[in-house]
Design a protein around this ligand. Structure first.
Ligand code: 5AD
Ligand code: SF4
Length: 445
């Protein structure tokens, strides 16, 4: 599409603001790689950037409205407007509507088309809006530049999209059908990340445990096979994956939790609700009991595993009894952490037009109770780790001079004195707070 845009000089500097999930963080990094390869410079100070990329999320709340107000506010330090590119799932969902409503936007690019970002930016600089919201299956990966540098902990997208069609969720529409990236492309990227400094890799996908592929010998593999291949990669110390669906927790993947030492003892496995009636209305295709059975099997092979999850309160028709069933399920699981959200109707999804949308006042009260319960479980989990000797992968500076913040194997934030970013520091957990623990360096034996 070639609607007129505001003509600007070709931008030489950029800033990317990513919202939402880990896949967006990964996509944001890849867009930065692309723009850097074109000779543009990343600005640490957003006010200076000549191009601002809003890498948006559409999963909940008035996402699109928030993007429009952000667009309206964006100014450079000298008061001029930067070129604005809207990327991510709001771009996919809204498409050309974005430029109709916000004339300042020069580029609209969906999650499967961002390999074309530099071209679209060049087009916008000539005064024509660059729009691409096609959804080809993973074509972009072959066109992205090789990865060169990495932080100690890196994301690697291996799978995108979703075929599950939970009735509340936009992902099947904004990210498209489930597609897996190829085996060697993933292993090549993993090697490049390790060469670039990564000690930990998190395999990312909307349904990452639905990943399937073939290895070099043409044998069918699942996510567990990929994890075992990564386990043989020299220099890689930690492997994680997110986000998973309970129905895709295969025997092989559960077994990997028991015998792959580098696979960290952490599992983010959303259940969403505890009432079977609500789970059915959500089209989750599992019930509370089958979910607990999966957790039980993972715990049998890896007793210390930290369980995380996602919950939605106030799905249409949720009664007090349904909500109590969620609290009871949470009680039985015992989380190391979990996210809970108020149901947010998304246009185009089946749940948005269901009867009995729950009033806000009830929703707020239920959300508060659920969050209090989860917070108590998280604090208890943290207390339970005091006295453990483990290691922390240091990722960023702490508040005090010399202090660093890292992650434990159980994905707790660990605050330590000393060390350096990138260290896998042997620590003893000596104190626990509600959302983090304190580690003391222990000598390496
Ligand atoms: N409303 C509220 N929460 C939602 N999620 C997905 N769609 C919605 C919605 N319409 C939550 C689910 C999912 C997480 C990423 O976001 O819990 O697991
Ligand atoms: Fe959305 Fe359900 Fe797919 Fe998760 S499994 S991305 S909640 S449709």
């Amino acid at each position: 599409m070639n609607a007129p845009a505001i003509k600007t000089a070709a931008p030489k500097s950029f800033r990317i603001k990513s919202y939402g999930c880990q896949m967006n963080v990964y996509d944001g990094e890849r867009m930065a790689d692309l723009l850097t390869a074109e000779g543009m410079a990343a600005t640490p100070d957003g006010d200076e950037a000549e191009l601002v990329v809003l890498n948006t999320c559409h999963i909940r709340e008035k996402a699109a409205e928030k993007v429009y107000s952000e667009i309206g506010r964006l100014r450079r330090a000298d008061g001029s407007r930067p070129m604005i590119a809207v990327a991510g799932c709001v771009a996919q969902a809204e498409g050309a509507e974005i430029v109709r409503r916000a004339r300042q936007v020069g580029v609209v690019v969906g999650p499967q088309a961002y390999h074309r970002l530099p071209e679209l930016v060049a087009e916008a600089a000539t005064g024509r809006v660059g729009i691409d919201t096609d959804l080809p299956a993973l074509a972009k990966f072959g066109r992205l530049p090789a990865r060169r540098r990495s932080g100690p902990s890196a994301f690697l997208t291996v799978q995108e999209g979703c075929d599950k069609f939970c009735t509340y969720c936009v992902v099947p529409y904004t990210r498209g059908a489930e597609v897996s990236r190829g085996w060697s492309a993933i292993l090549d990227e993993a090697r490049a990340l390790v060469d670039g400094g990564a000690k930990e890799i998190t395999l990312v996908g909307q349904n990452v445990n639905a990943w399937t592929g073939e290895d070099e010998a043409g044998r069918a593999q699942g996510l567990d096979g990929l994890i075992r291949a990564l386990d043989r990669l020299p220099g890689l110390h930690r492997i994680r994956y997110t986000t998973s669906h309970p129905n895709d927790m295969t025997d092989g993947l559960i077994a990997a939790h028991g015998d792959v030492e580098r696979l960290m003892p952490f599992l983010h496995l959303p259940v969403q609700a505890g009432s079977d009636r609500i789970l059915k209305a959500m089209n989750r295709s599992h019930d509370a009991r089958s979910y607990l059975a999966v957790i039980d099997r993972v715990r049998r092979v890896r007793p210390d595993i930290a369980i995380s999850g996602d919950f939605i309160v106030d799905f249409p028709g949720e009664t007090d009894a349904d909500f109590e069933a969620t609290l009871s399920l949470v009680d039985q699981i015992g989380h190391a952490q979990a996210y809970s959200f108020k149901y947010s109707p998304r246009a185009g999804t089946p749940a948005a037009t269901m009867a009995d949308q729950v009033p806000d006042a009830v929703a707020d009260e239920r959300l508060k109770r659920l969050q209090a319960l989860i917070a108590a479980q998280q604090a208890a989990f943290n207390r339970g780790t005091v006295g453990r000797r483990t290691d922390a992968l240091l990722e960023r500076p702490g508040k005090r001079p010399g202090q660093h913040i890292g992650k434990s194997p159980w994905l707790q934030s660990v605050v330590v004195d000393g060390g350096a970013i990138g260290d896998l520091m042997p620590v003893e957990i000596v104190a626990a707070g509600p959302v983090s623990v304190t580690g003391a360096a222990v000598p390496i034996d």
